[in-house]
Design a protein. Structure first.
Length: 128
């Protein structure tokens, strides 16, 4: 783990490039949120490194659009992605009141949350 310190020029992209000079097989990028990081991660994946990262989208398919919005060439996205897992926590209606609000749920109408996941892998990216 490397701490970023932009005041002295130690930016996220610079640190990532430095890590790639060590020729790792697997790279964990905390989050791809700008064009420079997307480009570096895409190039690393293109030469065979496994790049694991987070990306803010509303669905697994949205990752393709988000990467192209960040400047990754559309033809390249299909080549570099092997899998995208999207997850969301969705409210579950209270079993006692059905979502109307009661003493059991404290008037909120929910009885917890349920994890929902969406997985895209392999050939599904080539179609995009």
């Amino acid at each position: 783990m490397v701490q970023v310190h932009e005041a002295i020029g130690l930016t996220f992209a610079r640190v990532l490039r430095g890590i790639l000079r060590h020729d790792p097989n697997v790279i964990l990028v905390g989050e791809i949120r700008d064009e420079e990081t997307a480009e570096i991660a895409a190039r690393a994946a293109q030469v065979g490194r496994m790049v694991l990262s987070t990306l803010h989208t509303n669905s697994a398919r949205g990752a393709v659009t988000r990467l192209t919005d960040l400047g990754v060439a559309p033809y390249l996205v299909g080549d570099i992605l092997r899998g995208v897992l999207a997850q969301s926590l969705n409210p579950v209606p209270c079993a006692a009141c059905g979502g109307e609000g009661c003493r059991t749920c404290g008037g909120g109408g929910t009885g917890g949350r349920r994890l929902e996941v969406e997985l895209l892998a392999g050939e599904e990216f080539a179609e995009r």
